[in-house]
Design a protein around this ligand. Sequence first.
Ligand SMILES: Cc1cc2nc3c(=O)[nH]c(=O)nc-3n(C[C@H](O)[C@H](O)[C@H](O)COP(=O)(O)OP(=O)(O)OC[C@H]3O[C@@H](n4cnc5c(N)ncnc54)[C@H](O)[C@@H]3O)c2cc1C
Length: 336
Amino acid sequence: MDDSEAQFALTSYSQRLWDELELPAEADRLRCGTLWLAADEEELAATRAKAGFYRARGVEANVLDAANLREAEPNLRHGLAGALLIPSDSVVYPPVVAKWLLDQGIARGAAVRLHTRVARLEGRRVRFADGLSIEAPIVINALGAWANSLTPGLPIRRRKGHLVITDRYPGFCRHQVIELGYLKNAHGSDEDSVSFNFQPRGSGQMLLGSSRQFDPVGIDGVVRELDSGVDDAMASRMIRRALEYMPGIGALKGIRTWTGFRAATPDSLPLIGEHPAIEGLWLASGHEGLGITTSLGTAELLADMIAGKQTKIPAEAYSPARNFDHVHDVVSRNEK
Ligand SMILES: Cc1cc2nc3c(=O)[nH]c(=O)nc-3n(C[C@H](O)[C@H](O)[C@H](O)COP(=O)(O)OP(=O)(O)OC[C@H]3O[C@@H](n4cnc5c(N)ncnc54)[C@H](O)[C@@H]3O)c2cc1C
């Protein structure tokens, strides 16, 4: 992803780490590539600029015209102007990968406590809801969209999203396909939005996304938390958007719809590093819609920082101590 140099650096570093992993077959890693869809000539021009950005940084990127795009994905609607193909992208099935990584930690001596909430973080002391309390030289808050609940004051807002998984339709769509407008909707605005994002799974199922809704802030300045239930109106809006790009989706059977919360930061970059004011507390949060992709890079950066080693990529841009004064520029650039 190329919203900023720092975002590109972390995603590309993480992709290299993913490529080095020998994942189990059940992780369903599928090297499907991504097609960024250009609806019109203006978006096609944007794909050319994106292709230049990627190529200059050693990533293969090919611009497809309308005919080549239809050949690549026959179920897309007629009349799209073209697409940008990034062949090196891939998808995984995250629950299996998370379990596999956790098991490796356990095999190396990690102790895992499941189904027990942390009630409080007090510096280096972690207090669990069941009364257990543990003190450690280093504590990492990796609570994603809930990071603020234990470490108040972090620049993180919750951003709800919907997803639909379909029954098995092998070959219906061979690439991850995303409308180019996704970039604008993903980071550019506070409004509720939907954009077309469709991913094939190794199982033959298709994952359809996505929507974006910040927890609303009332005129009194109080944040009102959205519940985690499926919002039918938002899910319908998301599906209607998908039908505009791929009408055949209407004939597929969706078997489950669910939601999740992303942890959004003002500059769309995660918080990775030591808390600026609380000694011993480290942060690994704020990855918004890229936390699966960038999980491995985040872990490596954090491990190097904690061990006092030089990080493999510059890490200042992710520092929790950074200032966000430039944020306005980032937002307006993405709105273009
Ligand atoms: C609709 C949607 C689509 C997405 N698509 C993609 C994608 O295509 N690619 C990608 O890379 N990323 C994607 N993401 C983003 C990705 O899911 C997140 O960035 C990632 O899960 C963040 O990981 P995390 O470990 O930081 O936080 P989480 O996965 O949110 O994990 C935080 C955990 O902390 C737990 N927790 C909270 N409070 C407490 C407490 N007090 N005590 C104990 N535990 C607690 C929570 O239950 C949760 O399990 C998507 C997200 C959404 C919502």
